[in-house]
Ligand binder design. Sequence first.
Ligand SMILES: *Cc1c(COP(=O)(O)O)cnc(C)c1O
Length: 464
Amino acid sequence: MRAHEAGALHAEAAGRGPTWLQPPDDTNALVASLWPTHVSRRADGVLDVAGVAATELATQFGTPAYVIDEDDFRARARSFRDAFAGADVYYAGKAFLSVASVQWVAEEGLCLDVCSGGELAVALRAGFDPARIGFHGNNKSESELRRAVAVGVGRIVVDSYSEIARLAKVAAELGVRQPVLVRVTAGVEAHTHDYIATAHEDQKFGLSITDGAAFEAMEMTEGLASLRLLGLHSHIGSQIFDTSGFEVAARRVLALYARGLEAGFTLGELDLGGGFGIAYTTQDDPAEPDELARNLTEIVAHECRALDIGVPHLSVEPGRAVAGPSTFTLYEVGTVKEVALDAGASRLYVAVDGGMSDNIRAALYDADFSCTLASRRSDADPVLARVVGKHCESGDIVVKNEFLPGDMEAGDLIAVPATGAYCRSLANTYNHIPRPPVVAVRHGQARLVVRRETEDDLLRLEVL
Ligand SMILES: *Cc1c(COP(=O)(O)O)cnc(C)c1O
């Protein structure tokens, strides 16, 4: 348990917010680090996105809605590309994939990662150059592999002996020499504030360096005429804030890489994966792409010097750090309920018109978010609130703890920032609540990029 979580539990028992969460002087103030670049508050208190009022968006597109500051998304993509100028940046599409996001990524000069046939289909529909696509996954089917090879996917990250054999057969049948990376397990698993350097090999991804499986997979690939071994791939986790986990992983993967060179394998590339953290609350302090690039390239250069090998061509795969901060979810408030806690304290439960169907991260990972009143100014005193959804689960929480003005009422709009990654892509239709639309705003114009699901969409799958 993280320190602030322990503090939160302790303070919550006493009916207050987590200790790190202090009532703000002014609930109308926006914490800049949590919001997309072009979000501000107008004089009347209404949130403004690139020149469009949140109230207008709600009228035009309904709520809930995912609202993307398109220039923010593009700028983050660009800043990774520029920071890693000598390397390739693959946007990890699973964070948020749509035809529009694929086109933005293409226009900003990034490559793209997909990890299923469905994701590949979206990329192809968007006209993305297959040669710039990487294909991941621990259990790609033969038909997924066949399609990827047939359309000319630039690299396939192989994850098991059986997949290597399957892919070699498919590629041979299609007369292709398919470039591949071998995904290795470096024995490091990093998340958020900590990383564990032991006992993490017990998982489904990758081939272990320690038990020799990774080397054997390289050997096997080298021996198959329809495959071309490009290099190695390692992805250590998600929402990571410091580079020490990458350092341990890079050291181990490069040692294997050097062994491969010694064995005469045609290696030239190293992919260090993604997982770069973003700010969900004021507790998170993510590094800028420049700093990440500097640290990672230094780590790799240092290890290569120590091993006396040439520096491989690098690639990284940010997903969350590109898509996450660009988006907020706009909800309308329905029921507001004051619930008594111990010691005379209370908590305001603010229910919105979505919940775990459009943002399952709190339920799935106990994730923290923040939020603000988006449709007006309020000078009411701040009260400790919890924003909940409308689903039939008490774990249906969107924002566990936030100070909101005490006069929240039905019809108010609430905006939850940092919902651009793993919210729409993990959205579901629990309780048959249709999934929200995605609206991109740029230069004073709002554009629907994914429409709202309808009851007809839900009923279309019924066999009547
Ligand atoms: C999910 C994933 C990523 C992206 O992770 P983020 O935390 O979104 O940056 C990158 N590479 C691989 C292999 C992944 O599975």
